[in-house]
Design a protein around this ligand. Structure first.
Ligand SMILES: [Zn+2]
Length: 140
């Protein structure tokens, strides 16, 4: 779903040159087109809309209780850029809850696609990180 026009009611109050329409003597400001996430013209309008509607949004989605991420699911892979370190020491398999911070290879840290695209700072997702931890005998 998306909208043609910015959903912020106060969008015309921005009074920008590009919002002017109408003939001389009957000019007016109009909303911008929506091109920001499909509903707003800008981050500012999205912010305004959210401030006006946050309670309705929360009611629609439903409030949730406290969420927890347990120890065994707390794995992630991190790329740390440090010019003093060699390239091979830049990838780490981390689980702070277990006190693990282990250097891993680029082949372990990235998917073949990420390596092929030379996106050095991209890494495998957290589910894959957990699988890697199991493979390396750090988790079960
Ligand atoms: Zn707007």
């Amino acid at each position: 779903m998306s909208s043609e026009w910015c959903q912020n009611k106060k969008c015309p109050e921005k009074k920008t040159q590009g919002q002017i329409r109408g003939k001389k003597g009957a000019k007016y400001y109009q909303s911008n087109k929506a091109n920001w996430y499909g509903y707003w013209c800008s981050m500012g309008c999205r912010e305004q809309w959210f401030n006006d509607n946050k309670d309705v949004c929360i009611q629609a989605v439903g409030l949730i209780d406290k969420q927890v991420l347990p120890l065994d699911d707390a794995w992630y892979v991190e790329y740390r850029y440090d010019w003093r370190e060699e390239e091979r020491n830049r990838y780490h398999l981390v689980n702070k809850l277990k006190g693990v911070d282990q250097s891993i290879t680029q082949q372990q840290a990235q998917t073949p696609e990420q390596i092929a695209n030379n996106h050095n700072w991209y890494t495998i997702n957290d589910t894959q990180a957990k699988e890697l931890a199991v493979t390396l005998g750090l988790a079960s």
